[in-house]
Design a protein around this ligand. Structure first.
Ligand code: AMP
Ligand code: GLY
Length: 451
């Protein structure tokens, strides 16, 4: 039997956690959704209450907050608290938690570990090798081997780097890659695999995120993030500047195939190693001409993907996550087909960011037009805002808001999102104007993902 939690605690304070709180607060039987540390804007949602002043990286503090509100389920949003062992502390104390242990979250926090697990599980990734400090000569040889194909190489810092630890080198930039490699593998950096050298893949990216109970997985609708700062994928990589769902080039039968060939083997391998994965398992894929290839795993919902996925989910998520936390995902309504039921139509999310982002953002600027955007029917999820004295909100971070438009199809959702984003302004606002513009219509090749 599945049970709906009546008091849920979400750990985090970004637009992803705002979207999760909004979704859970609208579900039958929910009494209060607590969010720690949350924010003033999250607190303003009906049935949602922020618990400020808690360090989300401090397992004891999060445990005390969960006990303080008698939470029946805790959902951990961002990666850093997972890597800090917050889920372990809650689970050890007997609290139902939806989020992986620190050991299982290494699938995100160490790219070398992700390659190791995927390799053992037979899941296809770009060919790659990890190098420790002092191994620059071997790394140079591997770069030469990969770049012989003429497709460039990718260098990835091992460990969490908030999207900034990856550099993609074009075929004519190999010399720069070699220079970088020498700097990164300087023996003074200490031990451990600190650099992953990877084959550069080409194609369109896609995010397939599944709810996992340690053994089985149920997919959320597929989505696509836009990681570069500027239109037409120009400018630096960011945490994500917008997203859309569904993907015309990744239909439901292919999502099911990805879960079967990526998520399920990885879950089996992690369980076999004694570190079962409970939580959102995020597969970042490259849809190549030869089929989908796994680029990375994350141990959480994507941001901004969550902001477009969650409004599309047509079943209550509370009972699904509670069942997964108990290791029995299959008992929750809506999980039988392997894909969570969705509302018809589409969602497009546009991230509004501060001047200076992804570098040091300029903050403290008053935001205009929030009411106009919501009155137009858009969802506005807050990431970096503060309540201003008097009324209204001001900017307080790099990514400030995600504005989500919904419609009968991607074109209609995009029109709604653009209109709502146009209504919002502040000095120095940065955003893209091509999120979900002309998404590719041809489905990707249906090819085996496993090797
Ligand atoms: P990651 O953190 O591994 O997802 O890398 C961040 C971004 O770098 C990805 O979303 C891709 O845009 C790009 N990237 C990573 N690995 C590769 C690869 N092997 N080939 C091409 N692009 C990549
Ligand atoms: N949007 C990509 C991520 O959350 O990692």
């Amino acid at each position: 039997m599945s049970t709906a939690p009546t008091r849920t605690l979400i750990v985090g304070s970004g637009a992803r956690e705002h979207a999760l709180a909004w979704k859970l607060a609208g579900e039958p039987g929910m009494n209060t959704v607590y969010v720690t540390p949350g924010s003033a804007a999250i607190d303003a949602e009906p049935l949602v209450s922020s618990i400020p002043g808690i360090d989300p990286l401090d397992p004891a503090a999060v445990l005390a907050a969960a006990r303080g509100v008698a939470a029946e389920l805790v959902v951990v949003g961002p990666e850093a608290p997972l890597a800090a062992g917050v889920a372990d502390a809650l689970r050890d104390a007997g609290i139902a938690v939806f989020g992986p242990s620190r050991a299982a979250a290494r699938i995100e926090s160490s790219k070398a570990f992700c390659h190791d697990v995927a390799g053992a599980a037979g899941v296809r990734m770009a060919s790659a090798r990890a190098f420790a400090s002092g191994e620059a000569a071997a790394a140079r040889a591997f770069v030469a081997e990969l770049s012989a194909t003429g497709d460039g190489v990718v260098l990835k810092q091992d460990g969490l780097a908030a999207g900034k630890g990856v550099v993609v080198y074009e075929p004519d930039e190999i010399e720069r890659a070699l220079d970088h490699l020498d700097t990164w593998l300087d023996p003074r950096h200490g031990d451990g695999p600190i650099l992953v050298v990877e084959e550069r893949l080409r194609g369109r990216e896609a995010s397939v995120i599944a709810i996992c109970d340690g053994r089985t997985a149920v997919a959320l609708p597929a989505s696509r993030d836009h990681k570069r700062l500027c239109d037409a994928d120009a400018g630096p990589n960011t945490g994500g500047m917008g997203a859309y769902s569904p993907l015309p080039d990744l239909p439901e039968e292919l999502v099911r195939e990805v879960v079967r060939t990526v998520h399920e083997p990885i879950l089996s391998e992690l369980a076999h190693r004694g570190t079962p994965f409970v939580g959102f398992l995020y597969a970042g894929l490259m849809l190549t001409d030869g089929g989908p290839v796994l680029l990375e795993c994350n141990a959480r919902l994507g941001d901004p993907e969550a902001q477009v996925i969650l409004p599309r989910v047509a079943v209550a998520l509370g009972p699904v996550m509670a069942a997964a936390a108990r290791g029995s995902l299959g008992v929750a309504p809506g999980t039988a087909s392997g894909l969570l039921p969705v509302f018809p139509g589409a969602a497009v999310g546009i991230v509004l960011a501060s001047e200076g982002y992804p570098g040091k953002p300029k903050v403290g600027r008053p935001i205009d037009g929030l009411d106009a955007a919501t009155h137009a029917g858009a969802l506005v999820f807050h990431a970096g805002t503060v309540r201003r004295p008097g009324n209204g909100y001001g900017t307080n971070g790099g990514r400030v808001l995600t504005v989500v438009g919904r419609g009968a199809d991607l074109a209609a959702a995009r029109t709604a999102a653009e209109a709502a984003a146009d209504a919002i302004s502040w000095a120095g606002l940065q955003r893209r104007h091509d999120i979900a513009a002309d998404p590719p219509l041809a489905p990707a090749t249906l090819a085996e993902v496993g090797t």
